[in-house]
Ligand binder design. Structure first.
Ligand code: NAD
Length: 432
């Protein structure tokens, strides 16, 4: 199949590369010239395990191409996936759909034979209707269909998730498009993915409802963790005990910092905004957003308490600053508010992240990036494990820190409190 991916970010690049690896001819288009030039030279703009080999392999065998020329790429393709960003509006909580509508307009100027236009971006209910209206201004109804095919991949696991999804959701009532897309996804269906054909609006809502539900699970266990801290119970026991119930399941049920990343914060806000428009109050999701927003202050209060309120001049080390492991994505990571708050209180921050130095902190004088774990933790008064990278799971703190009185605050509950006690480390986690 001849495919065009518009937007070569986490979703467009990964999906494009994986489609090409399945034997399709794929052109990945982006308006960012540097990104496209880098990709042609084998330089991958994002950190995603396994992605570089797959890009290089498929680019070399010419099934994968990169371009900035949208018109040309559309004319050479039968199936067009829109994978551009849908961030939160600058002045509001709804999704900013300007990138989507700009692309729709560009597409409308480039169609001369039948195309299936698919939104893979996460878009509010009825966005497909709007895209259709925009294209209809220039193109006959016979020459295109607009389908919703939300993407469920997770950063850090994106290639595996693309190749082994739990489900492929196709929102269209058009039989021809449904048949073509079922065929496109047949290699994944034959490996066990469930194929679900729904209305376009239902497909759009499935994505938001799924993300809102996962955000709710995380927030739920974070609140239970707050209670556990007061009653001498370990939240890890609660997560396991609850998770063993098949109706609940153990995934997304681990206490940690506020959920962040490029999806949950914006998608929870967007779905409640959509519902408000229809005068429906999604009160559960609204509480989740509020609770998550308060999570960072709760954890910062614990940091202040651990330091007996004396933050000024303290050396605080952050291990990991991204919102989760195996990604370089800093969008809405809780470190973005924790670190500046601690700096304002006079702390000196050292951080190490396996994906390298972050521009977000480069302008803050008292925030330093360390090239490795050892130099990051050396001499620290307080070490915060912020992100659950495997790299942080077997550190010999006793040997490496070189400050007898250091405190370890493990926001991911990686280490065993009993073992830390044996080593006489002042160890604190979440929910116990
Ligand atoms: P991203 O910001 O990483 O990438 C978007 C890309 O689109 C950028 O490279 C940008 O330059 C490009 N772009 C914007 N306008 C363009 C135009 N007119 N022509 C060509 N290129 C254009 O975004 P992302 O994280 O890949 O997310 C894309 C969508 O997928 C969002 O709606 C997001 O909610 C959804 N999604 C993301 C994830 C994830 O884990 N990141 C998972 C599932 C769904």
């Amino acid at each position: 199949m001849k495919i065009c991916m518009i937007g070569t970010g986490y979703v467009g690049l990964v999906s494009g590369v994986c489609f090409s690896d399945l034997g399709n001819d794929v052109i990945c288009v982006d308006r960012d010239l540097k990104k496209v030039e880098d990709l042609k030279r084998g330089i991958i703009p994002i950190y995603e395990p396994g992605l570089d080999e797959l890009v290089i392999k498929n680019y070399k065998n010419r099934r994968l191409k990169f371009s900035t020329d949208l018109k040309d790429s559309i004319s050479k393709s039968d199936v067009i996936f829109i994978c551009v960003g849908t961030p939160t509006k600058k002045n509001g909580n709804g999704a900013d759909l300007s990138q989507i509508y700009n692309v729709a307009k560009d597409i409308s100027e480039s169609i001369s034979k039948f195309k299936i236009i698919i939104t893979k971006s996460t878009v509010p209910v009825a966005t497909g209707d709007e895209i259709e209206k925009i294209i209809l201004k220039k193109v006959s109804k016979k020459l295109f269909t607009v389908v919703s095919n939300p993407e469920f991949l997770r950063e850090g696991e994106a290639i595996r998730d693309f190749n082994y999804p739990d489900r492929v959701v196709i929102g269209t009532m058009d039989l021809k498009s449904n048949k073509i897309l079922k065929n496109l996804y047949s290699p994944l269906i034959s490996k066990g993915a469930k194929y679900l054909n729904t209305s376009r609006r239902a497909a759009e809502l499935i994505k938001y409802a799924s993300n809102a539900f996962l955000a709710t699970k995380i927030t739920f266990i974070n609140e239970i963790a707050n209670l556990c801290e007061k009653i001498d119970v370990n939240v890890e026991d609660i997560s396991i005990g609850m998770g063993l119930d098949k109706r609940i399941g153990g995934r997304f049920l681990r206490a940690g910092p506020a959920y962040g990343g490029s999806c949950f914060p914006k998608d929870t806000k967007a779905i409640t905004t959509t519902a408000d428009k229809y005068k429906i109050n999604l009160s559960v999701i609204k509480s989740v957003i509020k609770s998550n927003e308060s999570r960072t202050s709760i954890l910062l209060k614990r940091v202040f308490d651990l330091l007996n309120g004396k933050v000024k001049g303290k050396k605080i080390c952050f291990l990991g600053v991204t919102f989760k492991a195996n990604t370089d994505d800093m969008r809405d990571s809780s470190s973005l508010s924790m670190i500046p708050t601690l700096v304002k209180k006079g702390a000196k921050i050292n951080y190490y992240d396996p994906t390298g130095k972050k521009d977000e902190f480069s302008k803050i004088k008292t925030v330093k990036f360390s090239e490795d774990i050892k130099s990051a933790i050396q001499g620290a008064d307080l070490i915060i494990i912020h992100t659950e990278w495997n790299d942080f799971k077997s550190i010999n703190f006793k040997k490496e820190v070189k400050n007898k009185n250091f405190i370890l605050f493990d926001m991911r509950n990686i280490y065993s409190p009993a073992k830390m006690k044996e080593q006489k480390i002042k160890y604190f986690g979440l929910g116990f």
